[in-house]
Design a protein around this ligand. Structure first.
Ligand SMILES: [Zn+2]
Length: 287
């Protein structure tokens, strides 16, 4: 059912934003003029989450081995595997500066196969990862010997006030239980604990050129800089750092975004991920 007020700030000043069609279903989005938040309205049924265990989501390929007979696409999860090891190291170094305790408990929400968490493990951290994608989780347990749970963050059984750091990369539009998901982050962190996330600024002017950014039906909501700052304040967080992210990618991926043919020579490139930001915040009060 459609709601008349913004699910983030409660304002009734909403307007139509856009719609996404996926498998003959139409997903409608509203935009809040007060906090600049975009969200699906009506909120979809829970079966939208089945996509995380659908191979389509991981781009008809797999990250596990080459035994799988499925056709590999040019821009799948597996092709970026090596870039992710590099990114994991860079992200760890970036967050480490803000950590009070240099060793402790860290939790990743939407950890996929655990590459990022593995970097923390190497640095002596006690790690927990959670992701609904079963195959990804199995890979991470087997290959990195990590403590990973194949379930949704909202359902994870976790003692409150136990984590020194919680982070999530590319999981900025996926909490089906929106309030519960975010509030649980505050509740699970120790006081002064660090919460880091990447988000796509849906109101960034670059979207006028690259209209397809973040246009996936499983993005239940989209943040802007204004709305993410509003959320952080509401959740009892103080923002320590806000910066643009850099992406280690392939030339073929850039060509795809630009709508060019992905054929020809391909190599690794590092490019600014304009409109994708990394936010680091600190828990300063309980909610
Ligand atoms: Zn709002």
């Amino acid at each position: 059912m459609k709601t008349a007020s913004c699910i983030l700030c409660g304002s009734s000043d909403l307007k139509n934003s856009h719609h996404i069609e996926f498998e003959n279903k139409n997903y409608l989005y509203d935009f809040c003029n007060d906090c600049n938040f975009t969200f699906q309205n009506p909120w979809p049924s829970r079966d939208i989450e089945s996509i995380y265990n659908d191979k389509i989501y991981w781009n008809s390929s797999n990250v596990y081995n080459n035994k799988n007979e499925e056709k590999k696409s040019l821009n799948n999860y597996a092709n970026y595997q090596n870039s992710r090891f590099k990114e994991a190291k860079e992200r760890y170094m970036k967050i480490e500066k803000f950590l009070i305790n240099k060793k402790g408990s860290v939790l990743e929400i939407g950890c996929a196969n655990g590459i990022f968490l593995n970097e923390w493990k190497k640095n002596g951290w006690k790690c927990i990862g959670v992701d609904p994608a079963r195959d990804m989780i199995d890979y991470g347990i087997k290959n990195f010997n990590l403590d990973l749970k194949s379930e949704k963050w909202e359902q994870l059984n976790l003692e409150p006030n136990t984590q020194d750091c919680i982070y999530m990369w590319g999981t900025d539009g996926n909490f089906y239980d929106f309030h519960l998901g975010f509030e649980k982050i505050n509740k699970s962190l120790k006081m002064n604990g660090i919460y880091a996330l990447t988000y796509q600024d849906f109101k960034h002017p670059i979207r006028k050129v690259f209209k397809q950014i973040k246009m996936q039906h499983n993005a239940l909501y989209n943040f802007s800089k204004k709305s993410i700052f509003f959320l952080m304040d509401k959740l009892g967080f103080r923002i320590l750092d806000h910066s643009m992210t850099w992406q280690n990618t392939r030339l073929s991926h850039i060509k795809k975004i630009l709508g060019l043919s992905t054929k020809g020579i391909d190599f690794s490139v590092k490019v600014p991920a304009v409109s994708y930001n990394l936010l680091i915040a600190q828990k300063i009060r309980n909610i």
